[in-house]
Design a protein around this ligand. Structure first.
Ligand code: NAD
Length: 294
């Protein structure tokens, strides 16, 4: 069993760390929020005060932080992980961040002889709690092989996407599809309403026809057809509109930097930005249908 330093015990990080503890790993947690540390301790973990302490004692360091800025601070900052980790420590960043930062941190780690993976997830808090996350992993095959058994304790589907940064690339490409498809499905329901076509009838037809996709069949933005979708509970968030906007922005940054043409992705970013600005950023992203109705 490994000694794991876990930095960032928020909505996602805490249940992920709890699953590692359940699997018998020794988890030392770091977070700016003392309440999260207390919850980790209650689950059988221990606390360490600074990222550097966790890094210098751990076999593996996992980070689950809000954005690229915090990832840079924690890994590259003075007294940070890369400066303090023992040679041989495996570093796994599970945060969703920009590809550029992921590659820069991985390259700094490599320069110090440390193995590093970017391993963002999909599956939300439900998946983190149930241990059924999907991990999209970028980095060397050797680091991936070492990480696999640990990631399996937190997730069900673990895919090696390629070299450094490709995990983040997979995450933003996937979520760009999701943002665009949720708007497309919502627009179809809004048009159906205007044309006098019943929600359930459109669902029965499209979920079995060429319009079918996850946004229709699993996360349907109108109440009724899929009882577990947020539409049935006033769009209480599983995945917030603010998080969707964050990922669409990352996709647009990457598209600009790489010269990829993504007109629908760009439009989806604008639509989610207006939705979040309307005060609905904390609402589930499928609530976009209410915004489209006007
Ligand atoms: P969160 O805000 O709940 O948790 C982040 C935690 O990091 C907080 O507890 C915060 O105190 C801590 N933190 C921030 N800076 C720190 C620092 N310098 N040192 C130590 N701790 C620090 O966020 P979350 O929902 O857990 O998301 C984490 C990451 O996972 C994000 O990148 C997000 O985009 C991604 N993600 C989230 C979901 C989701 O449904 N919540 C799904 C997939 C991916």
């Amino acid at each position: 069993m490994s000694r794991i330093g876990f930095i960032g015990l928020g909505n996602m990080g805490l249940p992920m760390a709890q699953n590692l503890i359940k699997a018998g790993h020794q988890v030392e947690g770091v977070d700016l929020n003392p309440a999260s540390i207390e919850k980790l301790k209650a689950a059988g973990g221990t606390s360490v005060e600074f990222a550097k302490v966790a890094a210098s004692r751990a076999d593996v360091v996992i980070t689950m932080l809000p954005a690229g800025k915090q990832v840079r601070e924690v890994y590259l900052g003075a007294g940070g992980i890369i400066e303090n980790a023992n040679p041989g420590t495996l570093l796994i960043d599970c945060s969703t961040i920009d590809v550029e930062t992921a590659r820069e941190v991985a390259s700094a780690a490599k320069a110090r002889g440390l193995m590093m993976l970017d391993a963002p997830v999909s599956g939300g808090v439900g998946g983190a709690t149930a241990g059924t996350l999907t991990f999209m992993v970028g980095g060397s095959a050797q680091a991936f092989t070492r990480a696999e058994s640990i990631l399996q304790k937190m997730g069900k589907t673990i895919v090696h996407a390629g070299g450094a940064g490709t995990g983040q690339a997979a995450k933003i490409c996937n979520n760009m599809i999701l943002g665009v498809s949720m708007i497309a499905v919502s627009e179809a329901f809004v048009l159906a309403e205007k044309l006098g076509l019943d929600h359930q009838k459109l669902f029965d037809i499209s979920s079995k026809s060429s319009g079918q996709c996850w946004s229709m069949t699993t996360y349907c933005p109108v109440s009724g057809p899929v009882p577990t979708s947020p539409a049935n509970r006033d769009y209480q968030a599983g995945f917030t509109a603010a998080m969707m906007l964050k990922d669409l922005r990352l996709a647009q940054e990457a598209a600009k930097a790489s010269g990829a043409k993504t007109p629908l992705g760009a439009n989806a970013e604008r639509i989610y930005s207006s939705y979040a600005e309307s005060g609905e950023g904390a609402r589930d992203f499928s609530g976009i249908i209410r915004f489209l109705r006007g």
